[in-house]
Design a protein around this ligand. Structure first.
Ligand code: FES
Length: 152
């Protein structure tokens, strides 16, 4: 009799183990709401960041907009309908070449050399406003020459 009970318990445990392997354990609704709340708070914090007045000169035209610190210059420009050249949006292709003519920017994560940044060059996809600023698009070749001259 004891052997039969042990066998039944063993079979039951096996079924429970299999059930937990093949079925997702549902997230309690309360926890799901908390997670959604956190996302909303994070979203609000992002949009609570300061905005700066930015002048983007492209193809000889000055475009004025307000740019949130969490938004790249390229994304802000594209959202405003300014068709800045771009491709990868990851600081790799150098198509979004520009020069910062005044103001402070954050270029953390850029692939440009420090010496090139000191000349005012920037990649708009990797550039974030930190003050009122002016920036103008430049030909990709100009930036490529600055970045790679003397290397090859
Ligand atoms: S879009 Fe490619 S480097 Fe900016």
């Amino acid at each position: 009799m004891k052997c039969l009970i042990a066998l039944q318990v063993s079979v039951l445990c096996s079924w429970l183990l299999l059930a937990t392997c093949f079925y997702r354990i549902p997230v309690p609704i309360k926890h799901a709401h908390q997670t959604a709340g956190r996302r909303t708070e994070h979203h609000l914090k992002l949009h609570a960041k300061p905005k700066h007045k930015v002048c983007i000169k492209h193809e000889g035209v000055n475009n004025f907009l307000e740019v949130n610190e969490s938004e790249s210059i390229l994304d802000a420009a594209l959202d405003a309908g300014i068709r800045l050249p771009h491709d990868c949006k990851m600081g790799v292709c150098l198509r979004c070449s520009a020069k910062v003519t005044s103001g402070q920017v954050d270029q953390t994560g850029t692939t440009l050399d420090d010496s090139v940044i000191e000349q005012g060059f920037a990649l708009t996809c990797m550039t974030f406003a930190r003050s009122e600023l002016s920036i103008e698009s430049v030909e990709e070749d100009e930036l490529v020459n600055a970045q790679f001259s003397g290397r090859y």
